[in-house]
Structures are given as structure tokens and as C-alpha cells.
Design a protein around this ligand. Structure first.
Ligand code: 5GP
Length: 184
């Protein structure tokens, strides 16, 4: 089973994903491929395999991705090989993917893999507060807010929408969803 988490950056997807892996035995994740530079706390191969733009474009040509997207000028993609290997392990894979990639993966794989899509919703005022506290410039805040409007226009395509205003509550809800979906 593949559980996809979407929502604007700042929605807390990564922290939630890590918490689910900690609390549920049969839950795992998988790295995506990206052309963005690693952040300070990121290790190669954990959340991402980091490649150059050219390397990414070669992988596109070689048909190595189920889906990929250009997001804030960086490529992100789901490797066919990595996802196939993870599915064969038989575990529940929790993965954060933005809205376009989610739409493409569901279209491609829905007949072969059980896919659950969850959208984590953050209020505009809350996101603005987080970005302002982080010291983001107004221009960047506007960019992120316009992305929020775009991502939220896709909400209707998701199986579940959770208002992510309390970390513990959100984790509990997702654990319940996973347990219930496993039984279906
Ligand atoms: P970040 O740079 O903050 O790690 O990620 C930016 C966005 O890319 C997030 O919304 C994240 O969910 C998305 N993302 C991560 N991996 C993939 C992927 O394999 N494919 C697509 N389409 N988006 C991804």
C-alpha cells in the first residue's frame, strides 16, 4: 500500500512521516530523486537521492520515473526501480509528493497498487505566520501563498483531507486511516 501525503511546504509532511515510521512497525518510506541541493540536515539516499539537473534530465530520457515534476525550479521524481523494490517488500510506504506528482502516480498505478491520498491543510493565516516568523521576504511569502491556492484547488481529488493544526491529532488520524485501509 502506498500512502501519499500532500500539502504546501510548511504543512509538516516530513515530521509527520517520520513519526508514523517510528510508531508503526510495518510503515516505511522511500527516497525520491531531486536536482535540488541538499539542506544542512539531509543525508544522501535518506529522503532524496541528490543529482544534477543534467543527470535528472538523462533519467527522464531513459524513462526511469513513474512521475516527475518541476517545483520551485527543481526537479523531483519517483524512481520506478526504487518504488517497485519497496512494493515488493510488502510494507506500507508513506511518501510526500506534491499535487501534480500525486495525480500522475494515481493515474498510472491505481490498478496495480492500493494508493491512499491524504491532503494536509494549513490555514492561509497560519502559513503566513510561520513564514513571517521564519523571516521570509514578502515576495517569497506571496510565492508560497500562490502555491497554497494552487495545491488547494486539487483537494477534491484526495481521499482524505486533514486540517493540520495539531501535530498529535494529525498523527493519530493518519494512523487510524492506515489501520482501517489495511483491513479493507
Ligand atoms: P522539498 O524541497 O521541500 O523537500 O520538497 C518540495 C516538494 O516536492 C514537496 O511538496 C514534496 O512533497 C515534493 N516531492 C518530494 N518528492 C517528490 C517526488 O518524487 N515527486 C514529486 N512530484 N514531488 C515530490
Amino acid at each position: 500500500m502506498l500512502v501519499i501525503l500532500s500539502g504546501v511546504s510548511g504543512a509538516g509532511k516530513d515530521t509527520i512521516k517520520k513519526e508514523l515510521i517510528k510508531r508503526m512497525d510495518n510503515v516505511t518510506t522511500m527516497p525520491s530523486i531531486t536536482s535540488r541541493k541538499p539542506r544542512e540536515d539531509e543525508q544522501e539516499g535518506v529522503q532524496y537521492h541528490f543529482v544534477t539537473k543534467e543527470e535528472f534530465e538523462n533519467k527522464i530520457k531513459n524513462n526511469e520515473f513513474y512521475e516527475y515534476d518541476l517545483h520551485h525550479d527543481n526537479y523531483y521524481g519517483t524512481s520506478k526501480k526504487i518504488l517497485n523494490e519497496k512494493i515488493e517488500e510488502g510494507k506500507i510506504i508513506v511518501k510526500d509528493i506534491e499535487v501534480n506528482g500525486t495525480e500522475n502516480l494515481v493515474k498510472l498505478l491505481k490498478n496495480d497498487v492500493k494508493i491512499i491520498t491524504i491532503f494536509l491543510k494549513v490555514e492561509e493565516s497560519e502559513l503566513r505566520k510561520r513564514l513571517e516568523n521564519r523571516g521570509d521576504l514578502e515576495e517569497n511569502i506571496q510565492l508560497r501563498l500562490s502555491r497554497l491556492y494552487y495545491e488547494e484547488s486539487k483537494i477534491k481529488d484526495y481521499d482524505y483531507v486533514i486540517k493540520n493544526d495539531n501535530f498529535e491529532k494529525t498523527v493519530q488520524i493518519i494512523m487510524t486511516i492506515i489501520k482501517n485501509e489495511e483491513r479493507l
